[in-house]
Each structure stands twice: as structure tokens, then as C-alpha cells.
Design a protein around this ligand. Sequence first.
Ligand SMILES: NC(=O)c1ccc[n+]([C@@H]2O[C@H](COP(=O)([O-])OP(=O)(O)OC[C@H]3O[C@@H](n4cnc5c(N)ncnc54)[C@H](O)[C@@H]3O)[C@@H](O)[C@H]2O)c1
Length: 255
Amino acid sequence: MNDFDGMRALVTGGASGIGRATAELLAGRGARVAVLDLDPSTVDKPLLAYAADVTDDASVREAIAAAVTDLGGQGVLDVLVNNAGIGAQGTVEDNDDAEWHRVLDVNVVGMVRCTRAALPHLRASSRAAIVNTCSIAATAGLPQRALYSASKGAVQSLTLAMAADHVREGIRVNCVNPGTVDTPWIARLLDAADDPAAERAALRARQPTGRLVTPAEVAGAIAHLASPLSGATTGTVLAVDGGMHGLRLRPAARP
Ligand SMILES: NC(=O)c1ccc[n+]([C@@H]2O[C@H](COP(=O)([O-])OP(=O)(O)OC[C@H]3O[C@@H](n4cnc5c(N)ncnc54)[C@H](O)[C@@H]3O)[C@@H](O)[C@H]2O)c1
């Protein structure tokens, strides 16, 4: 499939996990792709790599301006994937104000900064699309995820508001809501658990498919939303969660 032929895309948090899989998929389907990340040292050609921190407005503006120039579209950017994000654990009692500000700054305001810097270039595209990486945590009450869930709830609402603001400029805005995805992030979370095998089994069991989502599956959903083939799709929330949000199964029969 070459539905991204001739298009220019930028993926934040593109050095690892979901972002990396997305950048590689878009490139494989014909796009020229730039990755923006805190540490893009592992990113290889044909991807272009830019170091930036989404909490630092100046570094975001500088990286996006450089990426747009190097992508060679004469100021045009077609696709922005706002994917950089960090986790947080605990109830409302467990994180202090500084941690709340830090996580919301990365997960929510980071998307705002990247979008602000990219918008003039997206307006110049005839096939402009933004895809935000949200989470099942936006729509399901998960234990020990108060701060993370608040940040992703904000991302889902932000996605809908942005879709309304920019629809008449021809810019589509959607988000994906993954369940638990087998990325380096989850590997770090499991490593820190008292019983990593039991924790992995619990995460698997939470999803009706009985397994974790793969980064490639989330990348596929992001590419679907970003593709010009989805030109009528805006303001949607696409669950990529093994059925976790929508299905209510009976307990599996015991063998
Ligand atoms: N893994 C999951 O189970 C899961 C589930 C739902 C949603 N998500 C979301 O998917 C996105 C990617 O997660 P992942 O699992 O691929 O994680 P990951 O840790 O493998 O990758 C995240 C990338 O974002 C980058 N990043 C972090 N903070 C940054 C900052 N301030 N500026 C620039 N880059 C920064 C990191 O360097 C890293 O390369 C996140 O938004 C996360 O909330 C993940």
C-alpha cells in the first residue's frame, strides 16, 4: 500500500514503542517521516531524527521547523502524530503537585505545543491529519492510574475540540485509544513489579483477546486515521484494545 506517497509526516515520541512502529509504517507506505524525541539516537534512515522535549516550547518549535525544511515539502507537513507520553501510577493521594504538573505538561500540553508549531505547515497541505495517542485510561476507570487517566481524558477531549476547530481548514483530528501495548514502557513497568509474570498475566487477562496489543497494531490504526483514504473521518476515537472498552465477556469456561 502506498497511500502516503509524496506525503510528509512527523511523529513525536517516535524513537520507541508505538511511535517507532508508526514512523516505520508510514515510511513503508510512502511517506517521508521525521521523528521528534528526547533521545532519537537509535533512529535510523530513512527516518529523520530530531532531539526535542515536548515540555520545552522553544525546542519543539526549533525541531519542527528543521524537520519541515528537511522533509523537503516547501513548508508543507501532511501528518502530525502526537504520541510522546509518560506514565504515572497511584491514586490521587500518591502523587504531589509537582508530579501532576510534570505528567500533564508532557501528555497534554506537549501535544498542544507540537500542534501549535505544526499548524501553519498542516494548513498548507491538502491532506492534513493529526492523530493523537490517547488511551483506554480515558474511557475506563483503571485502578492506580488517577493522574495518567486524567491526562488521557484531557487528550480525548482535546482531540474532539481540535477536530471542531480545524475541520473547516481541512485538517482532520482523531485519536487512538490503545489498551495495554507490549512496548519498552510496559517492559519497564513489569520489571518493577513484585511478580512480573503475575503482573503480565493480569494485564493479558484484562483484554478480551487474552493478549497484549502489539505496537504494529496501534501503528496500523494510526496510519488508518492519518491516511488520505480516511478523508471523511474526523473527531473520532478509535479503540485498539483487544475489545477491552466495548466488550463484556462471561468468564472463560474452565478446561
Ligand atoms: N504502552 C501502552 O500500554 C500504552 C497504552 C495506551 C497508550 N499509550 C500511549 O502511547 C504513547 C507511547 O507509549 P509507548 O508505550 O510507545 O512508550 P515508550 O516509552 O516506548 O515510548 C515513548 C517515547 O516518548 C518519548 N518521550 C517521553 N517524554 C518525552 C518528551 N518530554 N519529549 C519528547 N519525547 C518524549 C520517549 O523518549 C520515548 O521514545 C504514550 O502517549 C502512551 O501514553 C501506551
